[in-house]
Design a protein around this ligand. Structure first.
Ligand code: TYD
Length: 217
């Protein structure tokens, strides 16, 4: 059976990723597609429980980096087995709000876990599955973004770092994402997150449409 498409979205928290995921879903719906949306960690009963552990305020700062990495990986293993692989086998389009590049960037570049080990575990839990397209939203100006009055870039629920430490962590994570994108140019569409929402959505839609056309020829 023809394999479907896997499109992942990556980037730091609160860069407008979820908005763009939604806009792409709408765009694909308007073209008669019915994509499956998954988010990490979560999107399976076991994965949502794991998400609860990772976001538990009582555990803030108490989960060792390796434990954190394995929890994300465990959630991913379940999601691939339960939803992503079967849907791709059926020929469906799957849109993933984060996938294994998040582990490489956050747990590898951010927390310092050995990148070789992360790469092995990523391949292991996904059965070697690689997204057909990964959209990376990145922020050019950290300091300015951080000073925004509406605090859009404030630490997420998952993070308890002090402002400065948090900023350093974000920079490392984003640098990681950009390095992965440089290594795997073909797979990535890299877009600056401060561009207009509609303009970003158009770029994404154009690239996705082109990819779908090329595959269905
Ligand atoms: P979430 O609330 O889903 O935020 P977002 O909308 O930014 O995706 O939080 C997910 C958090 O988990 C986010 O801070 C990134 C982090 N994360 C990792 O550190 N490693 C991973 O492998 C994944 C999937 C997420």
């Amino acid at each position: 059976m023809k394999r479907g498409f896997l499109i992942s979205f990556e980037g730091l928290d609160k860069v407008g990723k979820s908005t763009q995921v939604e806009l792409l879903m709408k765009h694909l719906n308007s073209k008669g597609h019915d994509p499956v949306l998954v988010r990490e960690p979560g999107s399976s009963a076991a994965g949502e429980r794991i998400r609860t552990i990772l976001a538990d305020p009582e555990l803030k700062g108490k989960i060792a980096p390796l434990c954190e990495f394995l929890l994300y990986s465990a959630s991913r293993a379940q999601l691939v087995a339960e939803t992503i692989s079967p849907m791709l086998e059926k020929g469906e389009i799957v849109i993933a709000d984060r996938f294994y590049d998040s582990s490489t960037a956050y747990q590898g570049y951010g927390r310092g876990i050995d990148l070789g080990i992360i790469s092995h575990v990523n391949a292991w839990v996904t059965g070697g599955l690689i997204p057909d397209l990964t959209i990376l939203l990145y922020v050019e100006k950290f300091a300015a973004a951080n000073r925004k009055a509406n605090n859009r870039f404030a630490p997420s629920l998952f993070d308890d770092r002090l402002e400065q430490e948090f900023l350093g962590f974000r920079k490392k994570v984003q640098q990681g994402f950009l390095e992965i994108a440089t290594r795997e140019k073909e797979r990535f569409l890299v877009i600056e997150a401060s561009e207009k929402k509609d303009q970003i959505a158009r770029k994404i839609a154009t690239r996705v449409d082109r990819m779908l056309r090329a595959r269905t020829k």
